[in-house]
Structures are given as C-alpha cells and as structure tokens.
Design a protein around this ligand. Sequence first.
Ligand code: AOF
Ligand code: ZN
Length: 335
Amino acid sequence: MTLSDVEQAALERAFELARNSGVVHGPNPAVGAVLLAPDGTVVAEGWHEGAGTAHAEAVALAAAGQNARGATAVVSLEPCAHHGRTPPCAHALSRAGVARVVFGQRDPNPAAAGGAEVLRGAGVDVSGPHRADEARAINEEWSMAAERGRPVVTWKVAASLDGRISAADGTSQWITSAQSREAAHQLRVASDAVLTGTGTALLDRPRLTARPGGQEAPRQPLRAVMGLTPLPAGHPLTDAMLLRTRDPQEALHLLWQADVRRVMLECGPRLAGAFLDADLVDRVVWFTAPIMLGPYGLAVADGGPTTLADAVTWQVVKCGRSGVDIRLDLVRREQ
Ligand code: AOF
Ligand code: ZN
C-alpha cells in the first residue's frame, strides 16, 4: 500500500488539479488525474470541469493517447464504474492499457463506486485509498450529500440575543449587521439552492438571490420555495422553483433531482422546526445580534424535544465576531 515518491508527488498534483478545477457546485465532484510513464515522468494531466463534461481520467487518457499503455494513473477519486452522463473510467483505463491505478478518496457515490474492483478484475494493479481525509476535504459537501443520498442542508439564522428572528409586529429587517448580511450572501454564493417556505416568502418577500458586495453574483443559486400556499402574481419568487410539499424529505428529494447537493435553508420558525424534527439539518450558521426582541418571533416554533435528554447537541466548529454580531458555525454532533 505504500507509494513511491513520484506517486506521492503525482497524488499531490492530482489534488491540486482538483482544487483548481473550479468545480464547487452541482452534482459532480472536483477531480484531478495524472498519468505517469513507467520511468516516472508525467505523460498527461486532466481535471474534471463539472456535470456533463469528461471525467478527469478520460481527459488525461485523451491527452496521453498511445502513451497511456503501461502508465500509472494517479487520481484524487476512485475511478468510476458506471455509465452516468459519461462512460465508466475504470473500463477506459484498463482498455487504454494502464498498468497501475493509485487513488485518493474511495467514491462515496453508490451509483459510481466499485471502480477499484473492476480494475483489479481486469488485471490492473490498484492502490488506494491514500490520504483519504485530504482527498475528501476537496469535495466535503459533495461527499456528505453522496453518503446521505440527499442534499446537505445548512440552516442560516439571524437572531437576537433572546433567540428571536422577528419582533412582535413581524418586522425582521434587519436584526443583524451589514457584515452578517454580507456573510449570508457569501453562503448563498456557495450553495446550489436557497430554500424557504411559502410563509416566509409571503411575509418577507425575499428575493433569495446572491448579492455579495451588493452586486448580483454571476452564478446564482437555484431559488426554491416549499409549501402548499400559492404565491400571488407579482411576488418576487413566482419564477423560483415551487416545491408543492410541506415535507422536508420530499423537498430535498425534489431538489436532489434538480442536481442540487448544497441547500441553504433560510426559513421561518415552522419550517425550521420541521427540518430539525426530521433530523435534516447538517450545519447551522447562527448570527446573534446584541439586541433583545421580547416574547414573539421564535427562531423555532414547532416540534422540538419534549425532554432535555432528547435534545440534539450541536458542536461549535467556529465562533467569532461578525461586525457587532457573533457568528457561530455548528455541525450536528455525531453520536
Ligand atoms: C466526475 N468527474 O473526474 C470523476 C467522477 O454522471 P457522470 O458520468 O459525470 O458521473 C458522475 C460520477 O462519477 C460522480 O458522482 C463520481 O462518483 C464519479 N467520478 N465524476 O464528475 C470525475 N472521476
Ligand atoms: Zn469516471
């Protein structure tokens, strides 16, 4: 299972190609591949540029041509074994005469996994996973989604010290500082979809677009609204994706089918309760403004544990200031 220095360097290079590929959204991972000749020189490199385009291995094989014969393929992710939008890389590698395959992360996508076994079955020497944590970190959210078979959900909350997201009359703009709102737009930029409920849509009339620095980002997340209440004509979200359900699981399934893997949840207290009760919140980004809003406007108004022992504990992974506010980044504590 040990790698030569040349293979180690090639794996590092494959990680770098993946990180620089620009793939940070959508249903496909960032992947890099390097083909090494038997003497250790680099024959070709390749990287993947997103869903529908050739996989990293296929790009490298095409660049190498006949020189792939007898080569070692070093890939950041286990080569795929399935016909998805593109043909299986495991077969392409063995057909091209590649002698050895080194990979970083094992493919967490059940539909595509098994490439290592296919390659071994074809007589190719396979070594991996290597530096799996590092490789996984390149595609952390994509991996989380693949493992769960549903999009990863980040719930963003802008609340007061007393955990309120609106005042008694429903006003909520703006509880948190401009810096926190800017950070929220950055979170939208990093998401495949921004999801809210019809209740919040009707009450706040949010646009849900990503506007970092006050400018519409060139690439916008899908805007999605879930619920059964229709939006009136002229509402800013009538052209958003309408998910006619109140069930978080069903909404996530519909979003998954629309190629969404990273969902940012920006919602009212009832939808938040439904997602929490269904255990479908993976991360929370919680902004606390140093104000008190009184007894109305709870961040979560539905569900919740009936006794303390049943309460979910969250783990604080980051804690810091955001303008005059406090920002907490939390993940669900693994049991
Ligand atoms: C990629 N790029 O370089 C590799 C991938 O629908 P497809 O055919 O593009 O297949 C996507 C799956 O293939 C993906 O989820 C992953 O499991 C596997 N490997 N995908 O997009 C690549 N090597
Ligand atoms: Zn592939």
